[in-house]
Write a protein that binds this ligand. Structure first.
Ligand SMILES: N[C@@H](CCC(=O)N[C@@H](CS)C(=O)NCC(=O)O)C(=O)O
Length: 273
């Protein structure tokens, strides 16, 4: 298969879903790092042409453009074929349900409500950044040659984010997120001794649950995982070579964060052909 390019950011949750899916499915891709935090390269016009949501990840190849991690996950499952249990028609609906329920969890709300409960002094900074972002996106939208629909939608998303963190007490928001995640984890299948949550092979469910547990670990929320069987599966999963190769963060790595920003800025035009 010709080389695919993965546009992603090192610490980004949904980039991790894409990286892990591709690696575990044995699909090779070339890394194109973006600085989504400081330089905000995802908002550039060049990247917007590629992915109108202005989010990472994006997977591009000849005749292929996937702009959402769930699409990259489904693509990986197709590439994996019988190597993943998604190919088993009797298991596919249950696997699909675990994946869909995962995507119903707002990882961003979980991560940020936790961060802001622990560090409340960051709230004014978050408000200022989100307020500034939505204003500058609106300004660009008004001048955009293409009508600026995607920029306006992004500005609206940023206003919605702001509302999430300001309209309800943060501790209550965090509590609601914890309840949702806890219920999700309790609803997972009972893994046996095999590599996968659903049996002796991996599936899309393993990918999303592994990245979710990595994020819980990073946020100091792993105690939400009360089940011993899933804990054991998680221990085994972290020892997989693919877990290392996909660079799944279980803690915040300051030095890697900075390195990835530098690397991303060295290749600012990587989006273009
Ligand atoms: N539904 C999208 C969500 C992607 C997403 O929210 N990515 C975050 C990073 S984890 C992002 O790009 N944030 C930058 C921004 O929204 O400006 C997917 O699954 O790919």
């Amino acid at each position: 298969m010709p080389v695919l390019e993965l546009f992603h950011a090192a610490p980004s949750y949904y980039s991790m879903v894409a990286r892990l899916a591709l690696v575990e499915a044995g699909v090779e891709s070339t890394s194109r790092l973006l600085d989504i935090h400081l330089a905000k390269q995802q908002l550039s016009d060049a990247y917007r042409q590629l992915n109108p949501h202005m989010t990472v990840p994006t997977l591009r190849g000849p005749g292929l453009l996937l702009t959402d991690s769930s699409e990259i996950l489904a693509f990986s499952a197709r590439q994996a074929g019988d190597a993943w249990l998604d190919a088993d028609a009797s298991l596919a609906p249950a696997i699909g349900q675990v994946v869909a329920d995962h995507y119903a969890i707002s990882i961003e709300t979980l991560t940020f409500s936790k961060l802001l409960v622990v560090k409340p002094l960051l709230l004014p900074v978050v408000k200022r950044v989100l307020g500034g972002l939505s204003r500058s996106l609106e300004t660009r939208a008004a001048q955009a040659a293409d009508g600026g629909g995607s920029l306006r939608a992004k500005a609206q998303e940023d206003r919605q984010r702001l509302a999430t963190f300001t309209e309800a007490p943060l501790a209550r928001t965090l509590e609601a997120m914890r309840e949702q995640v806890q219920a999700y984890l309790l609803g997972l299948p009972a893994p046996g001794a095999g590599v996968g949550l659903f049996g002796d092979r991996l599936s899309s469910a393993d990918i999303v649950v592994a990245v979710l547990l990595a994020r819980l670990s990073m946020a100091g929320e792993l105690p939400l995982l009360e089940r011993e069987d899933v804990r054991q599966w998680w221990q085994r999963f972290q020892a997989r070579p693919g877990f290392q190769a996909a660079d799944i963060w279980t803690r915040f790595q300051r030095r890697r964060f900075v390195q990835a920003l530098i690397e991303a800025r060295r290749t600012p035009l990587a989006v273009q052909d």
